[in-house]
Design a protein around this ligand. Structure first.
Ligand code: SAH
Length: 213
């Protein structure tokens, strides 16, 4: 598992592409410039790792497009030590970005194969989440709530109530909502029962699925 000068150069080009697409958060750009995305992909696809594209990983899932990862990460406005819940661990790439931003990360994945693969892979390259969980993201993680931020990295047909209720006051939920196409949606919890909602255009994700292990 090598990270060479060439990979480093390709990453800087990717960062330039993201800047041109209007990603502004310096810490997010720095994280993407640092994380060896090629190691998160199956070896056959390594040459594609630094294109701004989603790519197939195991279990018919995808590693999100870098632009999408950057866009969602920017909306979360993470500060170091924030407790963050991620739904859809997948390859662990978004998890690594959250860790680079200094978050304490809890991440849930419902595909056992991916859960197992990513649980061994992330610590191998030095990324330690607080907890990687094999389970159903629709339920969130009540035993560790409240969270400062919650990020959903699969297309949600609706906004699961447990996720809203597990947000801290002032906390932010970033979730793509919709069936075939998803609208990137940000909820900010203003009070026990008050949420502010903002929408940010269309994205495409693999679907968030219920009741499958
Ligand atoms: N963040 C990932 C994106 C993976 S794609 C990455 O950067 O690689 C979305 C992931 O969400 C898939 O791994 C899929 O298995 C998972 N997923 C789908 N429904 C889920 C659910 N209900 N709970 C937890 N994870 C789910």
């Amino acid at each position: 598992m090598k990270d060479t000068f060439k990979h480093h150069g390709m990453r800087q080009q990717l960062v330039e592409i993201l800047i041109n697409k209007d990603i502004k958060d310096k810490n997010v750009l720095k994280a993407i410039g640092k994380i060896p995305r090629h190691l998160f992909m199956d070896s056959g696809f390594i040459d594609h790792a630094y294109q701004d594209k989603a790519f197939p990983i195991a279990a018919d899932q995808t590693i999100s497009q870098p632009y999408t990862v950057a866009f969602q990460s920017e909306l979360l406005q993470i500060t170091p030590e924030d407790k963050v819940l991620e739904i859809g661990t997948g390859s662990g790439y978004q998890t690594a970005v959250l860790l680079e931003l200094g978050a304490k990360v809890y991440s849930i994945e419902r595909q056992k194969e991916l859960y197992k693969k990513t649980s061994t892979f992330l610590p191998k390259i030095g990324y330690r989440a607080k907890q990687l969980i094999f389970g159903d993201g629709y339920k969130g993680l009540p035993e560790e709530a409240p969270f400062q931020s919650i990020i959903v990295t699969a297309g949600a047909p609706y906004v699961p109530n447990p996720l809203l209720s597990q947000l801290a006051i002032g906390g932010r939920l970033v979730i793509p909502v919709g069936d075939k196409v998803q609208v990137m949606t940000l909820f900010i919890r203003k009070g026990p029962k008050e949420f502010e909602k903002h929408e940010f255009g269309d994205f495409r994700f693999v679907p968030m699925l219920e009741d499958k292990n």
